[in-house]
Design a protein around this ligand. Structure first.
Ligand SMILES: [Zn+2]
Length: 647
């Protein structure tokens, strides 16, 4: 399995495979496997007459455009038969694949690796077959519901293969190679120690030695230049595949997955970023100034972007690890959740029971007995397991579990709430057809988990008897700053990874300019710079898993925006009168009801419908994140007075 690749609060998306986080159906499994296994023979003649499968195209329009003989022979009844058969097959495949993956992650051996790979391969091959069949209905008049299901089958391809079998096999091989290069990447330091990414990530989080940080930052980036030629070829091939499916390029195809046109989606992200930017700029200004004091202004010039190795994270994507360097002087909230857990006799099970109570207080049913007997809560002494926290849904019904090596800390108490958020989501949409058993858009699942975690406030901790009193508001700045270092700091990074890839796929960024363009975007959006000049052969985007891994990234940007909006909306529904950052929806049946309505919808409707249930609007809006951090923003502005901000 792949190592932990970041230590951000979200303990699912940071992992290489989203499958382990929200394993909710074959579709997720397909997304995993399509990226780097045999897409050979995929989408050949069947897709050659394919139109743009934008979801907004109506059945009537499609019929009018119909020119295919095959299409004329197929009917809506055929589509229904096909979808019914596929659904049955997916349920069986999904159960088999999920069991193999679960056993593999809980008992890592050569044998379970092989069993999991075989199950995964089987799902991939089936998924390709389903997509090919689904595409035959592009020009057939079908119902809206059938169209949605057919599109979901087709759009589950992340790296679509070209129609040429040789090229398809080549694309599959490249995907595997890139994953393997990343997963096996190591750096041998000056002291002769061979370091894994996990080792280096841990040091990046804790070391305050400028030269040591620089060595490791640069060291990890010696792994990626070898990936560049493979990435170039992968982009060419997947672009060809996307064109075969009727899209201009792969970036357009990825952006077409959001119930709006691809250009509208790009504009939406820009608009949301524009809302958050003033808050980010003040956070950046303050952090740069504090880092200048720590390392010297010669190393952290106060009028330039921040050197990327000093922010506590290998990719400078979330900055919570350097909280100690930037914490306000009187930030101590007066309690330590880790100590309080010990004082109140919380073991691992009691921590999970506590988090479960959060959900039952909202009106959700208690977790099933099998959750308690089948989950993994503690690190076994006698075998290798994947310790990274994750939430599972084995049978798309009630067999939900978490897998986590729980540490008895305040941070893990929070993570358990997040993971159970996934589990309750999974269980809520169990009555949907299998096609719709998933996130309303790909940001929702993480956003829901995080929304719940945002309610783990001092008020909540007091209500469950873990702390004796709620600190007064003067202590909020420390908590808010820590949160902003993780969540606000992430937002421009969450945007730029796909900004870069979209331009690569459209041809605007050419291979000679890959690295230069990458750093231009990082400076423009994040105000972060490479700490040393990059060599001509550097391929720094490849040092971030999702690039060689072929995993779209916009979902993380969305999740960071959405979770604050969901939190704010649920707080309003619960009748909260506190500032939004102090609110917890604990015990609110009204909030639980609204949440459940959205969770039950799964992916059955355009995500805007789900959004409307909670927020009253079909449009995303970053105002909630600004409201949440308003006291911090005012404080930052005061701290930044007289400073030259901007980058
Ligand atoms: Zn998660």
């Amino acid at each position: 399995m792949y190592p932990l690749i970041q230590t951000a609060p979200c303990h699912c998306y940071s992992f290489a495979y989203t499958i382990h986080c929200k394993l909710t159906g074959l579709l997720q499994l397909m997304i995993k496997t399509f990226k780097h296994s045999s897409i050979a023979l995929c989408l050949v003649a069947a897709l050659s007459a394919c139109n743009d499968n934008n979801k907004t195209v109506s059945a009537e329009t499609e019929q009018a455009n119909s020119s295919s003989i095959v299409a004329k022979e197929l009917t809506s009844q055929d589509a229904e038969k096909f979808l019914t058969a596929v659904e049955k097959e997916i349920i069986a495949l999904n159960l088999e694949g999920a069991r193999a993956a679960w056993i593999n992650a809980n008992f890592i051996t050569d044998d379970t690796d092989i069993l999991a790979a075989l199950a995964s391969q089987k799902s991939t091959e089936s998924g390709v077959r389903f997509a090919m069949e689904a595409a035959k209905y592009d020009d057939v008049k079908v119902t809206d519901d059938q169209r949605r299901k057919l599109n979901i089958l087709k759009q589950s391809l992340v790296m679509p293969a070209p129609q040429d079998p040789e090229k398809s096999a080549e694309l599959a091989r490249i995907g595997s190679e890139l994953n393997s290069m990343y997963g096996k990447g190591t750096y041998t330091n000056k002291a002769g120690e061979k370091l894994s990414l996990g080792d280096m990530t841990a040091t990046l989080a804790t070391s305050r030695n400028y030269d040591e940080l620089l060595e490791l930052w640069e060291g990890w980036r010696t792994v990626s230049p070898a990936m560049k030629s493979a990435f170039v070829r992968q982009s060419e091939l997947a672009n060809e595949g996307a064109k075969g499916l009727g899209y201009e390029d792969l970036g357009v195809m990825w952006r077409s997955n959001y119930d709006m046109s691809s250009s509208e989606f790009a504009q939406e992200l820009d608009r949301l970023w524009g809302q958050v930017k003033p808050l980010y700029e003040d956070l950046h200004c303050y952090v740069r100034s504090e880092l200048g004091e720590e390392y010297g202004e010669d190393k952290v010039p106060q009028d330039k972007p921040i050197p990327a190795h000093l922010l506590g994270n290998m990719w400078a994507q979330s900055w919570g690890n350097i909280y100690d360097l930037v914490a306000p002087e009187d930030a101590d909230p007066g309690y330590d959740v880790t100590k309080q857990l010990a004082k109140h006799g919380y073991d691992e099970i009691k921590m999970v029971k506590g988090a479960e109570k959060f959900f039952t207080s909202l009106g959700f049913e208690a977790l099933p007995e099998t959750f308690w007997t089948r989950s993994l809560f503690t690190k076994p002494k006698d075998r290798d397991v994947v310790c990274h926290a994750s939430a599972w849904d084995l049978d798309s019904k009630d067999d939900i579990r978490i897998k986590m090596c729980i540490q008895k800390t305040g941070e893990d108490f929070n993570v358990i709430h997040h993971e159970l958020g996934h589990n309750f989501y999974q269980r809520a949409y169990q009555n949907q057809p299998v096609f719709y058993q998933g996130s309303a858009n790909d940001g929702f699942h993480e956003a829901i988990g995080d929304t719940i975690a945002l309610s783990v406030t001092p008020k909540y901790l007091k209500e469950i008897g873990l702390i004796d009193s709620i600190p007064d508001e003067s202590k909020d700045i420390g908590l808010l700053l820590k949160m902003a270092l993780d969540k606000v700091a992430f937002i421009p990074f969450g945007l730029l990874v796909d900004q870069w890839r979209w331009k690569v796929y459209s041809g605007e960024i050419t291979p000679e300019n890959y690295n230069t363009a990458w750093w231009e975007l990082r400076e423009k959006y994040q105000g972060v710079t490479a700490p040393i000049e990059r060599s001509a052969d550097a391929f720094d985007p490849g040092a971030k898993y999702h690039v060689p891994g072929g995993v779209p990234y916009s979902r993380y940007f969305l999740a960071h925006i959405q979770q604050f909006e969901f939190h704010k909306a649920l707080c309003e529904i619960s009748g909260n009168t506190d500032p939004i950052h102090r609110c917890s929806i604990y015990n609110s049946k009204e909030a639980g009801n609204a949440l459940n309505t959205v969770l039950e919808m799964g992916a059955s409707q355009p995500w805007q419908e789900a959004y409307k249930v909670l927020t009253g609007s079909e449009q995303m809006d970053a105002t909630a994140i600004l409201d949440y951090f308003a006291p911090l923003h005012a404080w930052l502005k005061e701290k930044n007075q007289g400073k030259q901000c901007g980058f």
